[in-house]
Design a protein around this ligand. Structure first.
Ligand SMILES: O=C(O)CCC(=O)C(=O)O
Length: 259
């Protein structure tokens, strides 16, 4: 833990987060854990962890978001999965979720027992990854009794601009959801908001984290470098937030920090 500097000011972080909807936390994770997480990600995509029952989505063949395969899940060993979910089932990723530095940050925002809605690996394979369009993480698509707001994003590799770093529109969370459904922001709404010209890039080094408000407009580009660009995002929420879905049994969310 000696490589991770003492976290500066939680009150300044809170202020910036609620003002801008996104804030740089600097380095939060030590290299030894990052190294293991990168290896574990490769093993997962290589098909070595079937016992975990992870969710996979492969990247599209033509590098566009519109033609991503839907509902296919794991399609065989490949380092071109764009998304892997349910990572909390893995002890190493669980160590990232419950990392003491991350706990300190989460505790500055949420009192009492804390659940996670999801833990996702966003993988951009060298040269052939699809961009993620402007979106918000919430709405009826997420099906929750309250809108979660706190996502902690951590780079496992360097994520410079040319590798498709996170981009966001500062302050855009303040207007709430662009559509009740949430998710991808429709083209006409983006155009009216002049979104493209307001994008701010958040390049990050491996081990650095961002706090991303679920409602801030964010996106990321393709990876034009020769190296993988992997990052993990964890959505933390108070344990009182419940799954409202009716068609199947409501989800029970993993408890990560007891009250
Ligand atoms: O890492 C990325 O490219 C996307 C991150 C993102 O959309 C999220 O954390 O919600």
């Amino acid at each position: 833990m000696s490589e991770v500097p003492e976290f500066p000011s939680l009150s300044a972080t809170r202020e910036a987060f609620f003002r801008d909807g996104i804030v740089r936390l600097g380095r939060t994770v030590e290299e030894s854990l990052l190294e293991q997480l990168r290896e574990r990600s490769e093993a997962m995509m290589g098909g070595e962890t079937p016992e975990l029952g992870l969710f996979f989505q492969h990247d599209s063949d033509d590098g566009t978001y519109g033609s991503l395969p839907r509902g296919e899940g794991y399609v065989g060993p490949s380092q071109r999965y764009r998304k892997v979910e349910k990572l909390e089932r893995d002890p190493l990723f669980r160590a990232l979720i419950t990392h003491p530095v991350h706990e300190t940050i989460v505790r500055a925002f949420i009192d009492g027992p804390v659940h996670i809605y999801r833990t996702v690996l966003f993988n951009k394979a060298p040269g052939s990854s699809s961009p993620i369009p402007w979106h918000q993480d919430g709405g009826t698509f997420w099906g929750l009794s309250e809108e979660p707001f706190l996502q902690l994003w951590t780079a496992l590799d360097d994520a410079p601009v040319e590798a498709g770093c996170v981009e966001a529109i500062a302050g855009s969370h303040a207007r709430g959801l662009a559509t009740p459904l949430g998710g991808v922001i429709p083209d006409d709404v983006q155009a009216r908001a002049n979104a493209a010209s307001r994008a701010v890039c958040f390049p990050a080094k491996a081990g650095e984290s961002l706090l991303i408000h679920n409602h801030v407009w964010h996106r990321s580009g393709a990876n034009h470098t020769a190296m993988p660009r992997r990052a993990v995002t964890v959505c933390y929420m108070h344990a009182r937030v419940k799954c409202l879905r009716k068609k199947r049994a409501p989800r029970v969310f993993p408890l990560v920090f007891p009250g």
